[in-house]
Design a protein. Sequence first.
Length: 542
Amino acid sequence: MTEPLLSVHDLSVAFHQGEARSLAVDRVSFDIMPGEVMALVGESGSGKSVTANSILKLLPYPAASHPSGEILFAGQDLLKASEPALRRVRGNDITMIFQEPMTSLNPLHTIEKQIGEILDLHQAMTGDAARRRILELLNQVGIREPEKRLQAYPHQLSGGQRQRVMIAMALANRPRLLIADEPTTALDVTVQAQILELLRRLKGEHGMSMLFITHDLGIVRKFADRVCVMTKGKIVETGPVEEVFVNPQHEYTRHLLASEPRGEPPAADPSRPVVMEGRDIRVWFPIKAGLLRKVVDHVKAVDGVSLSLRAGETLGVVGESGSGKTTLGLALARLISSEGRIAFVGHDIDRFTFKQMRPLRDRLQVVFQDPFGSLSPRMSVGEIVAEGLKVHERSLSPEERDQRVCWALTEVGLDPDTRWRYPHEFSGGQRQRIAIARAMVLKPRFVMLDEPTSALDMTVQAQVVDLLRDLQKKHDLAYLFISHDLKVVKALANHVIVMRGGKVVEEGPAARIFDAPLEAYTKALMAAAFNIEAVETAAISQ
C-alpha cells in the first residue's frame, strides 16, 4: 500500500500560563495520503487551527508544548526536527494559507516583493524570471490585470484579492502538502468556486495533498476526499466525506450538519416609513499620475446606485469582492464622501459635515466584519458597549448607563456579568454579539451589517442570524446587510441588489432573485452558492 505523506499520531497540545495548563488538542491521530484532500471541521475553539499549526511548529513555544505524539512527514518527525530542517520544509514542501490575509501580508511591501521573496529564498529565482512567475501565479488565482497589481500594497486590495495573493504565495513553490486554514472565508461564492477549481487542478497536476480547515460544510462535501470532525480538542468522527455526510455516527456531527442558517425574513410592509434612501450614489476614487500627480482616470467603486429601505426591512447587497458593496454602505453611513442624494429619516445628509452628522450617529450604526479588529483590546466589554452612551446620552448617570449596558448584553444573549471581561476572553461568535450589542445599546433606526457572519462557523452563523432577525422584529430595525454568503442573505433579506464593478446588475424581491434570477452574473452567483459543482466552469468564465 502507498505510505501516507503525513501521519499525525496521538498528538496533544498544551498551553501553559504560569502554573496553569490547558489541553487544546487531546491525542489526535490522522493520515493524509499523497494527492488526498483531508478536511478538518468543527466549531471555533475545537482545536483545528492548533492542530494545523503544530505540523509546522508555528505555535508560540515554549508557552505551547506537546505532551504526546509525533508528526511524520515523508518519514521525518517534524516535532523533533531542528530549526534549519524545519526552514527547508516550510514554504517549500509544506505551505500554509492563513484565514486573515491582512495580518499575514506585510503592509510595507508590495505584492511583487512579497511573492518574489519566496521564489528567491527557495528557488534562487530573481529578476525577469521571478516577475514572469509572479504574473503567472496572480493569473492562476484570478487577479485581474496582474501587471497593475505588482506594485500595489495590501491595503490597496480588497479582502478577496488579498486572500488570492496569499494563495499565490503558498503555491509559488509547488508544495507537496498545502495546509489551508479557512482559505475561502473572505471570498465571494464565484471566487470560491474558482479557487477550489484551481486547487483541485493543481492537486491533480502535481499530486499535491491538502489539509483543508473550514466551517463551510458545503465546500467539504464537494471538495474533500475524507473528513475529520473535531470538538473540544478531540476527533470524534472520521471517514470518507460522503459516508460521514450521509450517515453521520456521532451526535456532534449531526449537530454540525443541521446548523445551516434557516428561516424566513420578516414580511416587508410597503406602508412603513422609509428610513434610508439613496439616489444615483457615486463614489469615484481618482487615479493620479505624472510628476504633478494629475488625475488621469477614476476607479468607479460605486457608480449610480439607487435604493430605498423601510423600517423593519432588510436590504441584502451581494456581489464579488471589489464590486462596491462595502463602499456603498460606507457612503450611506456618511463615513466616506460621495455624490448623489442620501436621505436618512427625512434628512438629506449627503452634504452634512462630520459635525452635522454627529447628532444622527446614535440612530445610524455599523457592525463590521471582523469583531476582534473593531473591539478595543484595552477596554472591557462594559466600557466598549457604554462608549456610545457617553457620547450621545451624556445625561445618563453611571448607574443608568450600566443598566443600559446590561440590557444590551442581555438582548444579544450574553451574560451581563461578563461585562468586566476583555474581548480576547470571548469566542468569535461572542465577540460578534458584543459588536451587535454596542450598536443596539443606542437604539438605532438603521444598522449597516458588513459581512457580520463571514468569519463564524456554521452553528454560530445560524445563532447570529436568528439573533439579528429577533432584534429586527423587536425594535423595528432597518438593516443594510452586505455579504457574499447567499445562504445567510436568503434567511434575512426582503429585497436584494446584486452589484458588479460598482453598478447594480439586478435587483428585486429576495424570493424572486433567489428563485428566478434574470442576469447571467446573478445566475452564476446563485449556482455557486447553492451548487458549487454545477458552476465551476461558468464562474471561471466570468
